[in-house]
Design a protein around this ligand. Structure first.
Ligand SMILES: Nc1ncnc2c1ncn2[C@@H]1O[C@H](COP(=O)(O)OP(=O)(O)OP(=O)(O)O)[C@@H](O)[C@H]1O
Ligand SMILES: [Mg+2]
Length: 277
């Protein structure tokens, strides 16, 4: 049972002005159903994501939020439903192909190479952008070198942007949790995605760390124009930075709209107070 009171969430005061130029529908999910054996993780869920918006997915534990991101990302393939990205119907696509389409993500449980430095971890995010093969490296050293320098430059830009210069040579495993989350964001951004999926980027953070992360997410959205799908449990954050919210409960969609409309929805309030089950 989930006992979070969504009506009590204070705003985080990031000064977000959601009046940005939200564009056309970029991603359209139609009637998505996903089961694991007898467990229905997602049941007939439809919603869309518009260009440049911050779209939150909320819901109690086990509601199907991560499953939905795994569907968008190509890790899970739904048994039913359609995924339309940039007006193209997707047909069974691997996560690496999805990444090459311009969709990047972070994970609920940090998935970084703990023994590698911050810099090297972020470089792995450039994989989808790397063209020179091993053979090309051997034959045409100059081209590969130029490419390497371009990747380094982009990564250094991100390190400045996310204010992690001081830890660029530190092995990730030695960093506090909040900074690891920021490095994971940097790695996702390294692929220059047009759609960024964030699975609980602020989980386990204190208020100050959350405010920093909110600011970075807003900066990414505003300065790079990146569209963001954000799973978040903190309703203050959701109210403060998202343009539209979709609410899942036991795999079903029970709400969809502006943060204010969704928070006033009786079914949503009941799901969060645990009194509807
Ligand atoms: N790979 C899997 N195999 C079996 N069951 C799974 C798998 N992935 C998810 N599920 C089940 O699907 C349901 C939805 O899980 P999901 O992780 O999507 O929820 P969530 O909303 O992200 O929850 P939380 O807030 O706890 O992260 C749960 O019942 C979960 O146990
Ligand atoms: Mg989850």
């Amino acid at each position: 049972m989930n006992t979070r009171d969504i009506t009590a969430a204070p705003p985080l005061q990031t000064g977000h002005q959601p009046a940005r130029k939200i564009g056309v529908v970029m991603l359209d999910l139609q009637n998505i159903s996903l089961s694991f054996g007898g467990i229905k993780a997602l049941a007939d869920v439809s919603f869309n994501v518009r260009e440049h918006e911050i779209r939150a997915i909320i819901g109690p534990n086990g509601a199907g939020k991560s499953s939905m991101i795994n569907v968008i990302n190509g890790i899970y393939h739904p048994q039913k439903g359609k995924i339309i990205f940039r007006d193209q119907l997707r047909r069974g696509m691997s996560p690496s192909k999805v990444a090459r389409q311009g969709i990047a993500r972070t994970f609920q449980n940090i998935a970084l190479f703990k023994g590698m430095t911050v810099l090297d971890n972020i470089m792995t995010g450039r994989n989808t952008k790397m063209h020179s093969s091993f053979l090309a490296n051997a034959i045409w050293w100059g081209r590969a070198r130029n490419e390497e320098m371009r990747h380094r430059h982009k990564v250094e830009e991100l390190i400045d942007f996310l204010e992690i210069q001081h830890i660029r040579k530190t092995p990730v495993g030695r960093l506090p949790y909040g900074l690891q989350k920021r490095v994971e964001l940097a790695r996702a951004l390294a692929s220059e995605p047009e759609l960024l999926l964030l699975d609980e980027p602020m989980a386990g953070m204190n208020v100050e760390e959350k405010q920093d992360m909110c600011r970075f997410i807003l900066d990414v959205n505003q300065q790079f124009g990146t569209t963001i799908v954000l799973i978040e449990h903190d309703m203050g954050v959701v109210m403060d930075i998202s343009d539209r919210v979709v609410v899942l409960d036991y795999g079903k969609k029970i709400g969809d709209g502006t943060p204010a409309a969704v928070m006033a929805n009786q079914e949503v309030i009941k799901a969060y107070l645990g009194s509807s089950h």
